[in-house]
Design a binder for this molecule. Structure first.
Ligand SMILES: [Fe+2]
Length: 356
């Protein structure tokens, strides 16, 4: 079994974890500014999740390599694919973390970098507007091809730099990306067709400068409010009240009293967004909690999930724990479950309360 620790709310992978764990979406995909939920969720589940699943599969293969006897082409192939998959995972996480509004509010399109980062951009590019012009033009220049537009902090060059990347594994040595804009066609084709420039303008209107600013502070060695900024809005702040998608997968393989009871909570307005659920889950309306709570088991852990693991499951878990249940919110919800390749069944809403 993989040695996994509890999911960290920060932008960092928990130390000593053998499996590279999925990062939850921090943006609310249904409330973005001109980027559709269909596009963002497909990108997160299929492209980011695909890279993550590939990376973990490659790492498992690498762990079994007999290094003194392995062929050169096998070593080259696996190490090349490991690098490509790892860079894809990391850049996608920076990309998704860099988008979205605050809490329940969609991005305004008018936010500016926080003071520290704004001063650094002025120092290194002349002004925030000059940085933006260079970064946007660099991203648009990748139209018709693929790659990443990256804003990174370079300790060696002593400055922030916009750098071009032709693929996932193309980076400035030693630099720390703090903003990455995905210019692969899968990042925009569903919404924009071949209009890559329109996608760049729209993505720039969805930047979450608080989180980009926090990444900059971490890159230059300053403290940042990681726990708050890199935790999904409304998710329980206590680690013991959360369970990662990977931990849940392991727990569901148990065949004893510690196997979690699965509780699917969904707002009535979100029901049209749902098509599937975890096998064996029971679906309820959060507002009807007093009517269904007594039916939950008190002798088993309860894993509670919603679509993305924001306040719908977070609020339910808070209330269940207040009532003495061993409830945990699934980090990233069923969307993160999809990203790690978790199996689902068609949605069964027969237990859902019509009149909460
Ligand atoms: Fe992508």
């Amino acid at each position: 079994m993989d040695a996994q620790k509890s999911p960290s709310p920060s932008a960092r992978q928990p130390a000593a974890s053998e499996t590279v764990m999925v990062r939850p979406l921090l943006l609310k995909p249904q409330w973005m500014n001109g980027l559709s939920e269909r596009l963002l969720v497909s990108h997160y589940v299929n492209n980011y999740g695909g890279a993550l699943r590939r990376l973990n599969a490659i790492r498992a293969r690498l762990a079994a390599v007999d290094w003194p006897r392995a062929s050169v082409f096998e070593i080259n192939g696996l190490k090349r694919e490991e690098l490509i998959a790892a860079d894809s995972v990391i850049l996608h996480e920076i990309y998704f973390d860099s988008l979205g509004g605050k809490g329940d509010d969609p991005p305004t399109g008018h936010e500016e970098p926080p003071d520290g980062l704004a001063h650094a951009l002025e120092r290194d590019f002349g002004s925030v507007a000059a940085w933006r012009a260079e970064f946007s033009a660099m991203a648009k220049a990748l139209a018709g091809g693929s790659g990443w537009a990256i804003l990174a902090w370079s300790e060696r060059l002593g400055r922030l730099i916009n750098h071009w990347a032709a693929d996932h594994a193309h980076g400035l040595a030693g630099a720390v990306p703090i903003l990455a804009l995905d210019m692969y066609e899968h990042a925009y084709h569903l919404d924009f067709g071949a209009k890559a420039a329109a996608y760049v303008d729209q993505a720039m209107a969805n930047l979450n400068w608080e989180r980009i600013g926090a990444r900059y502070r971490l890159a230059i060695g300053e403290a940042a409010a990681e726990d708050e900024l890199f935790l999904p809005y409304g998710a329980p702040p206590q680690e013991e009240a959360r369970i990662s998608a990977e931990e849940l997968k392991t727990a569901l393989d148990r065949d004893d009293e510690r196997r979690p009871f699965l509780l699917d909570v969904c707002l009535p307005t979100d029901l049209p967004r749902r098509t599937d659920m975890l096998a064996g889950a029971t679906m309820h309306a959060p507002a009807a909690l007093p009517r269904w709570v007594e039916g939950l088991p008190r002798n088993r852990p309860i894993s509670v999930y919603c679509i993305c693991g924001f306040q719908v499951s977070g609020t339910a878990v808070k209330e269940l724990r207040r009532r003495g249940y061993d409830a945990r919110a699934v980090v990233g919800g069923i969307t993160a479950w999809h990203a790690i390749g978790g199996a689902t069944v068609p949605l069964d809403s027969s237990t859902y309360e019509d009149t909460p």
